[in-house]
Design a protein around this ligand. Structure first.
Ligand code: 5RP
Ligand code: ZN
Ligand code: CA
Ligand code: ZN
Length: 216
């Protein structure tokens, strides 16, 4: 489709894309970037225009290489129960990290450094858990997410939608993003308003269903 082609072109240029999952899932639109392309301005855009949680999603292969678990598989706490999660079997949350060269880790500069380096090292097959631990510490201010092994055949969250798009674009196995919230209501930004934002800023808007049709 035209929207998919525009999204691939944007990712190859390091520009963001808006991806809506599905009305019968979260019903959210995320602002997504190839992680290696994230700058301090991109972090500012995610927190100002997005307003949700800023994350970096990795493929299963990269998460294995960095020894990043699903958090829900490692926590021994009674709150670690997802049976009442309304829209999926489990969350894709893994660790949170900061780059060691940052200071607090939360500033636009610090988060951009963390995210950009996560993007770069995700593409380096020789970079393993020891190198990762030398460069990053946990806990930190960037949420890492771990995709399902078969991407869109296993799960259809923004985690897998973003990584399938990145794979098709050839931009590496790490995607950064943030949910778009509505500043007036505090709720998820409506699809109509997310499309309007995309038009205003000349960004591609892609429906999850279109990505699944083309890439699953
Ligand atoms: C982490 C989230 C977001 O919804 C993000 O889009 C990734 O989650 P999912 O793959 O479940 O859509 O909860 O900020
Ligand atoms: Zn979510
Ligand atoms: Ca805002
Ligand atoms: Zn999501």
């Amino acid at each position: 489709t035209g929207a998919l082609e525009s999204a691939l072109t944007a990712f190859r240029a390091g520009d963001p894309v808006l991806v809506h999952d599905a009305d019968d899932r979260e019903g959210e639109t995320d602002l997504l970037y190839p992680a290696s392309a994230v700058t301090p301005d991109a972090v500012a855009r995610m927190r100002n225009d997005g307003g949700g949680l800023i994350f970096v999603a990795f493929t299963d292969a990269v998460a294995d290489r960095f020894d990043l678990p699903f958090l829900h598989e490692t926590l021994d706490h009674p709150a670690n129960d997802h049976s009442d999660l309304g829209y999926d079997a489990h969350p894709s949350f893994s660790l949170t990290v900061n780059h060691r060269d940052g200071f607090t880790g939360v500033t636009d500069d610090d988060r951009a450094l963390t995210i950009r380096r996560l993007g770069e090292v995700s593409a380096d097959d020789s970079y393993g858990v020891d190198a990762f631990a030398e460069e990053f510490r946990t806990p930190g201010h960037v949420h890492l997410l771990r995709a399902a092994p078969g991407l869109l055949t296993d799960r259809r969250g923004h985690t897998e939608l973003g990584l399938a798009l990145a794979h098709e674009a050839g931009v590496g196995p790490a995607v950064a993003g943030c949910e778009m919230l509505d500043d007036d209501t505090g709720g998820a930004l409506s699809t109509a308003d997310a499309r309007a934002y995309a038009r205003q800023h000349d960004l591609p808007f892609v429906e999850g269903a279109a990505l699944i049709r083309a890439l699953a």
